[in-house]
Design a protein around this ligand. Structure first.
Ligand code: ARG
Length: 572
């Protein structure tokens, strides 16, 4: 059903016949026709023939009569294809009939583990965790929709040396006061107060050190206090997830401590494989191909001299667990770019140890930073880290104002619903619509604007289509055949037919800005259609066909935004 692929398959056959071997026709959308293939140009050198001759011969051979109304060779040897309206009509009628919008589930479903969000216990979630949560959530939605078995792994930072000082601070405060501070999200002041004492007070430092030892040796009282810290922080993180409307639940917490029992076997196995070396301070692995600025090989620290395990050891145990026990073949790590090297090293060790056997592979789904208007890392006015809940609340408040201005007829209940969808949607969309490896500037004005590549623009486009059906008094639209005639219908149909190709690309690349950009183009193309083609004023079959185009556009917008984790209110 994927139009681009359909055309590419037909051209590929003709190209192969002409070239005497397989050729990728590289079909893409074009400004000069609907689609274009440039493959004759690169083939010319290989075959030692003029590209125009090749293109002409390919078009003579290609079976395109049922799909194209015009095919031509242009310029130095481009092939231009114009899709025939009857072909578009039948493709779109099929798409409209299909609850999956013409996008089949994957023919080769995989077990995928997505490691994302991963805030740290007793520490405020920062905007990096926001990015990880939003991108990871979109990945879960898209891959699940395509039929993959997805495990959401929230790799909470819930173990390690800071817990000595955190537990001692908790004891100083008293359990109930500490629990209160943590549950209301006063995480930063809790952490900082512990840190201040740790740095200033030697007796406290010594208590903290002893407490780490007690924690690592499984002392019951210490474990109980540790659990309290973890439980209160988890409760707080869940309120943030709820406010964000992401799919993470309490079942998805697989914190670092989850892997504790696996650390000794993992270390033993590394040792048996001859991968472990003693650097004096710690037992390490030096993966091949990683050196520091001084040219010395870089280590992954596995076990420190005091017996404690490092962040890297836990990540190695997690990989081994995910491939061996969960049977995952695709391991995704949605973590900021500064940790890229850490993960590349962990993957290298895992491959050397045989814990990532093909077809299993690990991918770092890295992302850039969120910047303030000054171009520096986003900070609060006081210069501290931004409190996420505050940011989300502000988004909803601003969106409520916008909703009131835009539509004074909305009830307060409707405004609340719209404000949440638009405010949270704007924050997520600002993130997902930029190339994720780039930094972006956090800008309220822009993300909440009703025009441009924004969530409110898309949500409004969707609501406007829904209002067409309200005005027509149609509650449940029954799909009717689509007939493409007008050029604006043709343009809209081409966009709609492209949905599957975009989803397939994002399935591989996890570049959600491609899906966002697609939805934005679709909404803009719909505007052109709506301007030129009367819908409710049309009659008979034309009216029905145009209503079907409206309905299909609304469904693609709605589902596309759903895949990005963004809600679509019925009215705005
Ligand atoms: N807790 C870490 C942080 O805040 C992120 C963990 C990422 N996942 C992992 N498997 N190491 O930076």
């Amino acid at each position: 059903m994927n139009l681009e692929k359909l055309l590419a398959d037909r051209l590929a056959q003709a190209f192969s016949a002409v070239a005497g071997g397989p050729v990728d026709p590289v079909v893409r959308r074009s400004q000069h026709a609907d689609f274009q293939s440039d493959a004759a140009l690169s083939l010319a050198r290989r075959l030692g023939r003029p590209p125009r001759d090749i293109a002409t011969e390919v078009l003579d051979q290609a079976a395109l009569a049922d799909l194209c109304s015009a095919v031509e060779v242009s310029g130095p040897g481009f092939i231009n294809l114009t899709v025939a309206d009857p072909a578009l009509s039948s493709l779109l009628s099929d798409m409209a009939e299909d609850a999956r919008l013409g996008v089949p589930a994957s023919a080769a479903p995989e077990t995928v583990v997505i490691d994302y969000s991963a805030p740290n216990v007793a520490k405020e979630m920062h905007v990096g965790h926001l990015r990880s949560t939003v991108i990871g959530d979109a990945a879960v939605r898209l891959l699940e929709w395509l039929g993959h078995r997805v495990t959401k792994a929230n790799h909470l930072g819930d173990w390690g040396t800071p817990f000595g000082m955190l537990i001692e601070h908790l004891l100083d405060l008293g359990e109930s006061e500490a629990a209160h501070e943590l549950s209301v999200g006063d995480l930063d002041s809790f952490y900082k107060a512990a840190r201040v004492k740790f740095d200033a007070d030697d007796a406290f430092k010594e208590r903290a050190r002893r407490r780490v030892v007690a924690l690592q040796s499984g002392d019951e009282l210490t474990l109980r206090l540790w659990r309290l810290l973890v439980a209160e922080s988890e409760k707080y993180f869940l309120t943030v997830y709820d406010q964000l409307g992401v799919l993470l639940t309490e079942k998805d917490f697989y914190g670092e401590s989850y892997y504790n029992d696996m650390l000794t076997p993992v270390t033993d196995e590394l040792d048996r494989l001859g991968l472990l070396s003693d650097s004096g301070d710690a037992a390490c692995v030096f993966p091949e191909g990683f050196t520091g600025r001084d040219g010395q090989p870089l280590p992954i620290i596995v076990r420190k001299r005091d017996g404690g395990y490092g962040y890297g050891a836990t990540d190695l145990a997690a990989i081994r667990h995910r491939t061996r026990d969960l049977g995952a073949t695709r391991l995704l790590y949605v973590v900021g770019l500064p940790q890229r090297q850490h993960f590349e090293m962990v993957y290298a060790v895992a491959r050397q140890a045989g814990w990532l056997p093909a077809p299993a592979r690990a991918e770092h789904v890295g992302f850039g930073s969120i910047l303030g208007s000054d171009g520096k890392m986003l900070r609060s006015r006081a210069g501290g880290s931004i409190k996420l809940v505050g940011l989300l609340d502000e988004a909803v408040t601003r969106a409520a104002e916008l909703a009131r201005q835009k539509n004074p007829d909305l009830s307060e209940a409707d405004i609340a619903e719209v404000a949440r969808a638009v405010g949270i949607g704007a924050i997520k969309y600002a993130d997902l619509s930029t190339d994720r490896i780039k930094d972006y500037v956090f800008d309220w004005q822009r993300m909440l604007s009703l025009d441009g590549n924004t969530a409110p623009y898309l949500q409004y486009a969707h609501a406007r289509i829904r209002s067409i059906f309200r005005r027509a008094g149609i509650d449940q639209f029954t799909v009717t055949p689509i007939t493409i005639g007008h050029p604006a219908e043709h343009a809209l149909a081409l966009e709609l037919a492209n949905f599957g190709a975009v989803v397939t690309t994002v399935e591989q690349t996890l570049e959600f800005h491609r899906l966002a950009g697609y939805l934005h183009t679709l909404a803009a193309t719909f505007s052109g259609f709506y301007e030129h083609c009367p819908v409710l004023r049309a009659e008979g079959e034309v009216r029905n066909s145009r209503l079907a185009l409206c309905d299909l556009t609304a469904r693609v917008l709605r589902h596309g935004l759903y895949l990005l984790g963004i809600a679509t209110p019925e009215r705005m």
